[in-house]
Write a protein that binds this ligand. Sequence first.
Ligand code: C5P
Length: 234
Amino acid sequence: MNAKDVIIACDFASCEDCMKFLDLFKEEKPYVKIGMELFYAEGPSIVREIKRRGHKIFLDLKLHDIPNTVKKSMKVLSNLDVDMCNLHASGASAMMSAAIEGLTRPDGTRPLLIAVTQLTSTSEEVMKKDLLIDRPLPEVVMHYAENAKAAGLDGVVCSPLEAEKVHSVCGNGFLTVTPGIRFADGEKGDQVRVMTPADAREIGSDYIVVGRPITAAADPVAAYRRCVKEFLGK
Ligand code: C5P
């Protein structure tokens, strides 16, 4: 069975804000997602500091470039010892294979590599008009997921509503990393298609990515524990 976990999206603007938040956790070491904002503001030192504190890290930089550049950049991320990183599947198969090569360390280990299929901000209309992609959005998402699997990637970022379909097409061992998580009694914010941690567990999501329901909660540690309880059942 795949390892399952709750990943906190640490969408903070500075190292100081992020550390203030992580300092709240005295007993557990949550899996942390670092996105572009924090990484571009603070650089690799933020990754080293959070690793030093004992957290696992999903570095969400969504690489997309020519295969050689992605391969060399992935080597840098691998040396930073992140646990999970990602790229755009639209960079195509050669880029994804090159990414795996770059990530793989001399001892054969590597961080998990996850593909973004279509961004959830891209509607079918935008796909048709801006990208000249005429196929239905779900078909494109599943095709990109299959390409990612064929290139040797470990899974995809997707809506929790797509996780079951991804598993049926790519197999249960292929990871689904799902943002868009909200408590049943919580604010949706700008997320449209959302699911509770308990429902994400039911449909077989492997990792849930949770930001504001934890980071903006009055008691973030209690909110994190509630997520873990609902999603992991412990
Ligand atoms: O605060 P919230 O729970 O909405 O945060 C979700 C996190 O997941 C954010 O970091 C957001 O950028 C990320 N994400 C998302 N939808 C995607 C891909 C990533 O919400 N399709």
